[in-house]
Ligand binder design. Structure first.
Ligand SMILES: [Zn+2]
Ligand SMILES: [Zn+2]
Length: 376
């Protein structure tokens, strides 16, 4: 669930009078740490404002659901912000725009419309070269597993050459479709093996000279079909899935989410290892097993905490013991994460959630699955 909704329950023990007091103290600038203690709210001080109850505002209606929206209390540094959320569909009215699934879909459709017009304008030149290929005998969209759909959706979000609906693996997009290079390879090969994407080959009547003029990438065609939708609609729906007829596959989705998070954790670990100037190493299978075990009881942010703390402690420890040559860091880190996890679990420790780091921002695959899971 969104951060914006999940912390609200943490002020349920307060009366409305107490909440009023809490809010006025907060906006008057009282130290937030003190406020969390005084009102016994289990939250990090930075997130305190996210525990304030939403205020139903009849004058603001959700443009999708046509019901009253809720006012979200602004942070004290941004007191004048007016932001409303629909608690049914999570649509937001805000100066920052909205990234709810309906808005994303809407934006994608508008973008595709613009593309369509643009393509039509240039059509004459390259009709013979880059015509959209339909594959009438290709698998139907509904025949793909949830995993294949999301893999393809994430890949398209990053690598789609919109004009001609081809996957262009050489486009210079700084965004990644999935965490770690190994995981990206695995996804790509799986799609190729199942012929969901196929290398784009020039046909007899197509001139490679003209093709080069338009595209310089390593191109793959998306090989799926549908009885009702045309290819552009099909691809848009993959990138921004809108209806939740995927719910019966819930178990598969949770498994896929775990697979993605394990890879995000491996990526995070490698970056932290580098930050502390250790030798990098291959994250063996045992790490993946440990991480998926931890994810059964803790969030990804908490797993980041386990990883970060283990490496930081190891860094302090090895510096104390001076340079003793090569340190088998891989073993230490594994042992340290695993020990701390055992202790945390047995003693019921409160583990703070850590944020992602800049070099490993959330990938499209993770955003995609979160948006689908949020529709539940
Ligand atoms: Zn709504
Ligand atoms: Zn929205």
């Amino acid at each position: 669930m969104q951060k914006i909704l999940k912390h609200r329950i943490k002020t349920h023990h307060l009366s409305s009078k107490e909440i009023e007091n809490l809010k006025s103290e907060y906006y008057a600038g009282v130290n937030t740490k003190e406020l969390t203690l005084k009102y016994k709210i289990d939250i990090s001080p930075n997130n305190l404002v996210n525990t304030f109850p939403l205020v139903k505002t009849v004058s603001e209606q959700c443009k999708y659901c046509k019901i009253a929206m809720y006012f979200i209390s602004p942070t004290k540094t941004n007191k004048n912000r007016k932001e409303y959320i629909c608690i049914t569909c999570h649509h937001k009215e805000s100066t920052l725009g909205c990234r709810c699934k309906k808005c994303l879909y809407q934006k994608a459709i508008e973008k595709e419309d613009v593309q369509k017009k643009k393509s039509l304008n240039n059509k004459k030149n390259r009709d013979t070269v880059l015509s959209l290929r339909e594959y009438p005998n290709a698998p139907l969209l509904s025949m793909l597993s949830i995993k294949e759909r999301l893999y393809l959706g994430a890949l398209s979000r990053v690598h789609l050459f919109h004009d001609v609906l081809l996957i262009d693996m050489n486009n210079n997009n700084s965004q990644n479709y999935a965490p770690t290079a190994e995981y990206r390879d695995k996804i790509f090969i799986e799609l190729l093996d199942k012929h969901i994407i196929i290398p784009y080959k020039i046909r007899k009547n197509e001139s490679s000279e003209i093709l080069k003029k338009y595209v310089q990438g390593e191109l793959y065609d998306i090989c799926i079909s549908d009885i009702e939708k045309d290819k552009r609609e099909l691809v848009t729906e993959l990138m921004y899935p809108v209806n939740s007829n995927l719910s019966y596959l819930n178990q598969d989705m949770l498994r896929l989410q775990e697979e993605i998070q394990v890879n995000e954790a491996v990526e995070y670990m490698m970056l932290i290892i580098q930050k502390f100037d250790f030798y990098t190493f291959n994250a063996e299978e045992k790490y993946r097993i440990l991480f998926s075990q931890i994810l059964k009881g803790y969030s990804l942010g908490q797993l980041f905490n386990f990883i970060y703390t283990a490496i930081r402690n190891q860094a302090a420890y090895s510096k104390q013991r001076c340079q003793q040559g090569y340190i088998p860091i891989a073993n230490y880190v594994y042992k340290s994460i695993s020990n701390r996890y055992d202790r945390a679990k047995n003693l019921g420790w409160n583990i703070t959630s850590y944020n992602r780091i800049y070099e490993a921002e959330e990938t499209e695959l993770s955003k995609l699955i979160n948006s689908v899971l949020q529709q539940k």
